[in-house]
Design a protein around this ligand. Structure first.
Ligand code: ARG
Length: 599
């Protein structure tokens, strides 16, 4: 168990009173339950269904152990009695019921199942797999990205952005009313430092060719000079105080820093296809800070130390170290701002979940913030607040990722490097005649491939793990990579450019094991999305998409499509290819990855 926040018991409960959207996947379960209940040997309530192991030729199983015990029979006999008594009515998706050991196994009716799955993918289109009933319009805040003004985004922000973006899409597909927020780091004493440096040296960083880089350097220079001259730090503090007090020049200059940094961030967000509903930086909560500190004092959650600092002590049993809400000079802290943010979200949205996608190194910070809020009497929002923590990015050798020796790696560099490598791969395929893309498409396809590779490398495993960045592996078009999924999508589209499925194809014909394997995987998307949403785990969707691509490629290598044995089968297989293309596109889309037409 990596983190208490991943405990599935804390996941969003599915409102049981309302039926789920009735996908084939759900109908199978409902039918199995009906068939069992109709025997009169078990009650509907006592039926829980499981997925059989892949080696078992069945699609659903009822483990009878508890029911057999209640009936005073041994499981083997009881499962046989159930299977013998089971009647499968005409028109069901279930085709056969058998007993095996302590299980009653259900297998689909291949033809009926094929027709139902293709039909629902066609009908659902881009919305196939969504289930708006789960979230039922409940508000959910997802805070992600949250980079710092006057700094560049680094790989940690990349992870936050990619994971958060996918979570927003998954939760929206489940019908939650998602509020995505970019909690910019735009407040704090570092802005006093920048203002002091700009004022002292009459700097105009906004006129520089790379203004954000200039600010990073200005900041570093000022701090190192301050080591020899402590009065510099006093002037930085004084400037932050002036900023807080609304000094016009300070406010105006600070706003300029925000604006010029956002120009850079927006370029990155555009490349990643990311947008936010709100961009409430830390400064937004400034007016709420004094009241929060006061409330914490009134409620005896915090106390004032002799020097004037406001401190929260959590006590022995909580194992949390104490923290400050206000310094002796009156300045507030990161914790103060986050406590205010959390309470703001509660008052403003009363969300069912308040999610923070932030690196694992801030785990303690969020534990403290949620505990402060809880002790202030806001138990509900404390319980609903979740820190989705993620690990660091390491290179192929297991070292913390850094491209330029000794410096942190920046997000923009990672994306550029990925796209450069992707372009080289695309050019090589063109030179060898292995791709259908045209020279005009090289840029757009390379961008999609490079960025898709980076996103997928981040999402295919759970966020709590660190991720390994091995350029050759993540860009390979085989194995569990974004490129493999994109290539598979392009392969489907390529077939469909040669022939489109005619309406009314006889999808009942899709009964071969390879075809059924594809259909079964396709049918599980609704389930994968629900599970991903309940556990805040985009990797569940990544996994589903990968397994669909694999099943499709197995099918493609053993079943001719355009040259199928009969024209009926050709039409049916084309319909299957179209459904797979749709499924891959939907899965990739939920991860924030583009699905190219050609590759
Ligand atoms: N700006 C912070 C950073 O770059 C992340 C903010 C995380 N969100 C929060 N509510 N504290 O490290």
């Amino acid at each position: 168990m990596p983190d208490a926040n991943f405990d599935s018991s804390r996941s969003v409960p599915t409102p049981q009173a309302v039926p789920l959207a009735a996908y084939a996947h759900d109908r199978l379960r409902a039918e199995a339950t009906e068939i069992l209940a109709a025997t009169g040997l078990v009650t509907r309530e006592s039926v829980t269904l499981a997925l059989p192991k892949p080696s078992i030729p069945a699609d659903l199983a009822f483990p009878v152990f508890a029911a057999a015990k209640a009936a005073g029979q041994n499981p083997g006999d009881f499962s046989q009695r159930l299977a013998d008594a089971a009647v499968v009515p005409e028109g069901m998706l279930i085709g056969a019921v058998t007993a095996q050991g302590g299980f009653v196994n259900f297998a689909v009716h291949p033809a009926a199942f094929a027709a139902a799955v293709i039909e629902e993918v066609e009908a659902g289109g881009a919305a196939y797999g969504n289930d708006k009933i789960v979230g039922a319009g409940q508000k959910t805040v997802v805070e992600f990205s949250s980079p710092n003004i006057a700094r560049k985004m680094h790989v940690g922000h990349l992870r936050s952005t990619v994971i958060g973006h996918s979570l927003v899409k998954i939760l929206a597909a489940l019908g939650y009313d998602v509020i995505s927020d970019n909690h910019l780091g735009d407040w704090g004493t570092q802005f006093g430092t920048l203002l002091a440096a700009i004022d002292n040296d009459h700097l105009t960083p906004w006129d520089d060719p790379d203004p954000v880089q200039s600010l990073v350097e200005v900041y570093a220079r000022f701090n190192s000079a301050a080591k020899d001259d402590p009065t510099l730090m006093d002037s930085a503090r004084a400037w932050f105080k002036r900023l807080e007090d609304g000094d016009p020049w300070a406010r105006q200059t600070w706003q300029r820093l925000i604006d010029l940094t956002l120009v850079e961030f927006d370029k990155t967000y555009r490349r990643l296809g990311v947008a936010f509903d709100t961009t409430h930086g830390e400064s937004y909560f400034e007016p709420m800070l004094a009241p929060v500190v006061q409330e914490a004092l009134d409620k005896k959650v915090a106390h004032i130390e002799p020097g004037g600092a406001v401190v929260v002590e959590f006590g022995e049993e909580s194992r949390l170290p104490s923290c400050l809400l206000r310094k002796t000079d009156g300045a507030t802290l990161y914790q103060t701002r986050d406590a205010a943010t959390c309470l703001y979200r509660w008052r403003e949205y009363a969300p069912v979940r308040n999610i923070y996608v932030v690196g694992a190194e801030q785990k303690l910070h969020f534990q403290q913030v949620f505990e402060i809020v809880r002790r202030m009497g806001y138990k509900e929002i404390a319980d609903r607040s979740i820190h989705i923590a993620f690990g660091a990015i390491v290179d192929a050798g297991g070292q913390r990722f850094s491209m330029r020796k000794g410096t942190a790696i920046f997000l923009e560099e990672v994306l550029d490097e990925a796209v450069t490598r992707a372009r080289a791969l695309m050019q090589a395929s063109m030179a060898e005649g292995r791709t259908e893309i045209t020279p005009e498409e090289v840029d757009s396809v390379s961008e999609m491939l490079g960025i898709g590779a980076v996103i997928y490398a981040d999402l295919y495993q759970g966020p709590e793990r660190g991720i390994k960045f091995d350029w050759d592996k993540i860009l390979a078009n085989e194995g569990n990579t974004g490129a493999y999924l994109q290539y598979t999508h392009a392969r489907c589209r390529s077939i469909l450019r040669k022939a489109l499925p005619a309406p009314g194809a006889e999808t009942l014909l899709l009964v071969s094991p390879e075809e059924q394997a594809v259909l079964k995987q396709l049918s599980r998307l609704p389930h994968a999305i629900r599970e991903a949403g309940a556990n805040f785990a985009p990797s569940t969707v990544a996994d589903w998409t990968y397994n669909l691509a694999k099943a499709f490629n197995d099918f493609y290598h053993s079943c001719p499509v355009l040259k199928a044995e009969t024209s009926g089968l050709r039409e049916a297989r084309l319909a299957l290819v179209a459904a797979v293309a749709q499924g891959l596109k939907n899965g990739l889309g939920l991860l924030g990855i583009g699905a190219p037409e050609r590759m």
